[in-house]
Design a protein around this ligand. Sequence first.
Ligand code: UTP
Length: 225
Amino acid sequence: MKTVVKISGSIFDEVGAEERIKELASVFEKYVQDGNSLAIVVGGGKRSRELIELGRKLGATEDVLDEIGIDITRINAKLLISCIKDSYPQVITDLREADIAWSVKKIPVAGGLSPGHSTNAVAALLAEHLKADLFINSTKAGGVYDRDPKKYPDARFMERVSIEELKKIIKGSSEAGTYELLDEVSIGIIQRSKIRTLVTGTGTAEIKKALYGENVGTMIVFERI
Ligand code: UTP
């Protein structure tokens, strides 16, 4: 299997981050030892949000704020690289570098790439570029609900969601401005290349299950359901 995994930057913020990151790293190492190819994209988490907020108050323009966010994602990527034995030693800053990493049997790890989008979009682009069989997007939300679960306690968890339905859910929630799922850029990339995408939680056990094809999270499908 060729798989791209997006890891939320939140794991670098947590108490016990060291153990969590080590646990994840060993799951990734084992997955590759089992004969699979893996590429990882790391998010910015709380640190990027805090520094972006500070920069905004100091008068930085949005593109500069994006660069600050990218810098933090790359720091997180460096931290992860440090504890994965088979990782490519440098943070990937261009999609083609991931080809080089795979050609020498190493795991490419990226953060952000360019201003104007998220690390989810980077992960979708990487999955597209590497013709991945699976894109695992691990998020705090844990999967897709028909409505924002934080606002609506009766929100229904969806094991499968069509891309059209997902677009509607995201559009409805972005107006409310709270429900953080995949952004529109990522959805566009997933749709144009019909990338098999699974939205899961951030727990190590859940990510492991997702890698090995167990039933977790929400699968995005391209036909009507
Ligand atoms: P993230 O996409 O990681 O945001 O990038 P996030 O919501 O904190 O993600 P999680 O929760 O860790 O998964 C942080 C910021 O970096 C900039 C954006 O400003 C984004 O909000 N960024 C990131 C870019 O401009 N381009 C990229 O390719 C990636």
